[in-house]
Design a protein around this ligand. Structure first.
Ligand SMILES: NC(=O)c1ccc[n+]([C@@H]2O[C@H](COP(=O)([O-])OP(=O)(O)OC[C@H]3O[C@@H](n4cnc5c(N)ncnc54)[C@H](O)[C@@H]3O)[C@@H](O)[C@H]2O)c1
Length: 447
């Protein structure tokens, strides 16, 4: 059993690790500067929705090996490991904003004890070279004789699956230059039985960015194919299925739609692009990934505008606000971009999300927030499905249609069956699901 401080312990990654490390039998203190979150957590309430989080939190609090604090002095008093899980959001030019990391590193350095070693574990996604920066900031603020090491340990969890993914990792990546320190971190993960990839700091840091950029590329790739399907009269859902059955390609991340969002893909592709530019390269592929992604949302709104003969004065029901299903996280959500563009064009929005309503009430209070999809559809000229929540798959489409004023159903995630929608009296528009009639014959064949 180890004593572990999780810095940023009120966030998605930090809270997931706090409860999971406690579950593995460690003594864990979650540290966060957000006093409201800390109070909630100590009372057994999670500030964010993730399956399984609340029960593990309750277990840890009850067992007495998990608690939360806002005090660095308290959290670092006995810590052998410090998991650094603060946010690394984007600056406006795409570069990673490392201010939270620097502030935490300073505070950690100031409280390092002398006479025993502390291992700082970098969990936050940080640009290549950041481990050296963290070591420098911790060291510059540490008392004389403090003994610490930094290990890079990027995180690959998916929001919506935080607890599951932490307890069942595909791999554990550990970067560092001190074999004893990396071995000590590997020992924390040993009960999970995952393969461990040991490498240097920079390779570990780049693995995280390269992995996210690759997944984002897959999404933008299929969205590019979807645009082509619309022009040529093909159905991208079938094209993706036919591609995805090839085990070299695989079916995941091949769902055409209004693009990726969330707190990771856009910022990590942006940061990798900036890293490549900073290294004197021209990251054409990464730029295209971001451009196609932005275009996917824009095209969705432009199409609504055309199909409704203008959005001014129209009422649109938006189904799904979270950036993806299974989470209440609204950060960089494609749904929010779509709403912003609809509103700019004069539409009024009625919105529903199965899990993100509390967040929406705080951050999107100007919208008409509705208890369910049918309530949202009341009097709407169009329904626009933006997040692929499984519950939307079984919507009662005749009931939805009956609640609406208009008949347009725009399925931004290709979640619904077009035939059922048409049978319910709806005008169905998916992404990349052209009919033969709407496609044009490529020029060389037409001649
Ligand atoms: N969310 C994901 O799916 C995911 C997946 C993999 C990696 N990551 C990476 O993990 C990191 C954290 O992401 P997140 O989504 O958990 O962020 P988050 O914003 O949910 O959590 C960050 C937490 O850190 C706290 N914090 C900020 N400054 C602090 C400080 N100086 N001292 C103590 N606490 C402080 C905040 O109050 C917040 O609770 C990011 O680098 C992100 O890129 C996130």
């Amino acid at each position: 059993m180890s004593t572990i401080c999780v810095v940023g312990g009120g966030g998605y990654v930090g809270l997931g690790y706090a409860v999971a490390l406690a579950r593995l039998g460690n003594q864990v203190i979650g540290l966060d500067i957000d006093a409201e979150r800390v109070a909630m957590l100590n009372a057994g309430n999670t500030p964010l929705y993730e399956d399984g989080l609340e029960s593990l939190l309750a277990d840890g609090l009850l067992a007495g090996n998990l608690r939360f604090t806002t005090s660095y002095d308290d959290a670092l008093a006995d810590a052998e490991f410090v998991f650094l899980c603060t946010g690394t959001p984007s600056l406006s030019d795409g570069e990673a904003d490392l201010r939270q990391v620097r502030a935490a590193a300073r505070a950690i350095g100031e409280r390092l004890p002398t006479g025993r070693r502390v291992i700082v574990v970098n969990k936050s996604t940080m640009p290549v070279g950041a481990a050296e920066m963290v070591a420098m900031v911790v060291g510059a603020n540490a008392p004389h004789g403090a003994d610490f090491r930094v290990v890079s340990n990027p995180e690959f969890l998916r929001e919506g699956m935080v607890v599951h993914d932490i307890l069942h990792p595909d791999r554990v990546v550990l970067g560092g230059d001190d074999p004893d320190a990396t071995a000590a971190v590997a020992a924390l993960y040993a009960p999970l039985g995952a393969p461990v990839i040991q490498t240097d700091h920079r390779s570990a840091e780049l693995i995280k960015y390269a992995a996210n950029a690759f997944l984002a590329t897959k999404i933008s790739f299929i969205n590019d194919i979807a645009r082509l399907c619309e022009r040529l009269g093909a159905d991208v859902t079938v094209v993706a299925e036919g591609m995805g059955r090839d085990p070299r390609i695989g079916p995941r991340f091949l769902h055409a739609g209004i693009g990726f969002g969330g707190s990771c893909f856009p910022k990590d592709v942006g940061a990798l692009t900036r890293m490549a530019e900073g290294a004197g390269l021209h990251p054409g592929l990464l730029r295209a990934v971001l451009e196609i992604n932005a275009d996917a949302r824009r095209r969705f709104v432009t199409r609504a505008d055309a199909l409704l003969n203008g959005l001014e004065g129209r009422t649109v029901a938006v189904l799904g606000l979270a950036f993806k299903e299974g989470t209440d996280d609204l950060r960089e959500s494609p749904a929010i971009s779509v709403i912003d563009m609809l509103e700019e064009r004069g539409a009024t929005i009625r919105a529903h999300d199965p899990r993100a309503m509390a967040n929406a009430a705080r951050k999107l209070s100007h919208l008409v927030l509705c208890d369910d999809a049918y309530h949202a559809a009341e009097g709407a000229d169009a329904v626009m499905l933006c997040t692929p929540w499984p519950e939307y798959r079984s919507l009662d489409l005749p009931r939805l249609r009956a609640a609406m004023r208009g008949d347009l159903l725009m399925d931004g995630r290709n979640l619904l069956d077009p035939v059922n929608a048409v049978d319910a009296g709806l005008r169905y528009e998916g992404i990349g699901r052209a009919t033969k009639e709407s496609g044009s014959i490529p020029a060389p064949l037409a001649r």
